[in-house]
Design a protein around this ligand. Sequence first.
Ligand SMILES: [Zn+2]
Length: 335
Amino acid sequence: MVNYKDLGLVNTRAMFAKAVRGGYAIPAFNFNNMEQMQAIIMAAVETKSPVILQISKGARNYANQTLLRYMAEGAVAYAKELGCEHPEIVLHLDHGDSYELCKNCIEMGFSSVMIDGSALPYDENVALTKKVVEFAHQYDVTVEGELGVLAGVEDEVSAAESHYTKPEEVIDFVTKTGVDSLAISIGTSHGAYKFTPEQCTVDPKTGRLLPPPLAFDVLEAVEEKLPGFPIVLHGSSSVPQEDVDIINSNGGCLKAAVGIPEEQLRKASKSAVCKINIDSDSRLAMTAAIRKTMAEKPAEFDPRKYLGPARDRMKELYMHKIINVLGSNDQLIEG
Ligand SMILES: [Zn+2]
C-alpha cells in the first residue's frame, strides 16, 4: 500500500472548497505520456495553479499503471524543481468502472478516484459509489461520483445518448453515498465530435457554428439543492478550429467537429463547478503540431523534433485554459 501523501500529492477536498468559494474551476487534464505530463506541470507551475492529473482506464492500459504512478510522483518533484515550493497536484482515476479498479488505484498512490456508476440503475449506482467511498475515506482519498449520462466516445467510455442529471436525485445520492464531488450531465459530451453541424446554428457575427447551449437551468437547480457542493463537468473540450484546420491542411481528415464554447465554460467555472475535464483539446493540439512539423520537415526523424513542438503547443493550450477559461491561476493555497 502506497499512500499518496508520501508521494507529495494532495486530495481534492481543500482545493475544491477554495474553488467553489472563489468562483473558479480546477483543470483536470488527462495524460498518457511524458510530453503531455511535462506540458501540464510546466503550465501549472508557470500559472501557479493547482492541477488534477487524470488517468483513464484506457491510459492505464496504454502506458502501464506502474509507470504512470511513478510519473505522477515525478511530477511533484519536477514542479518543485521548476520553482514551485508547494505544488498542489492530484492524481485522479478518471471513470473508474469497478470497486476493484478504484481500490487498486488507491493502493497504488492515487489521491482521488472517480467511480462512474452513471450507466447503472440508480440504486446500484448508490450502492457501488458508497462502497468505494467507504474504502477511499479510510485513506483520506476523495471520490467523485456521477449522476446523469454524457453522450460520446472517449477511451472506454461510450454512450449514444445523453440524459441530463435529475436535480431531484442529487441530495439523496450525495447523502447516501458520502461522495466528495459530483459529475453532472448538462449537455457536455466526450470526444472531439460533440455536435454535428446540423445541431448547430451559425453565429451571425463570426460565421462560426454555435452548438446548443449547456443546460444552465439544470446546473442552477443542482446548486440550489446542494449549496456549495463541488460539481464536476466532463467532456469540456472546446475543439479549437485552428487546430482542426492545421490537422486537415497537413494531411489529416477530421470531420466537422464542434466543442463547448469557452464562454460557456467560463460561466460554469464561476458557479459551483469546480473541476473541468479537458482531454480532446490536448489531443488535437498535439496532433496539429506533429502533423505540421512532419509536413514541413519531411526529412526529420528525430522524435524530439516533432514531440518537442507538440509539447510546446500543449503547454500553451493548458496555460490558456487555466488563465482564460477556468481562472485557477494564482490559486495555490500556500502561494
Ligand atoms: Zn468523462
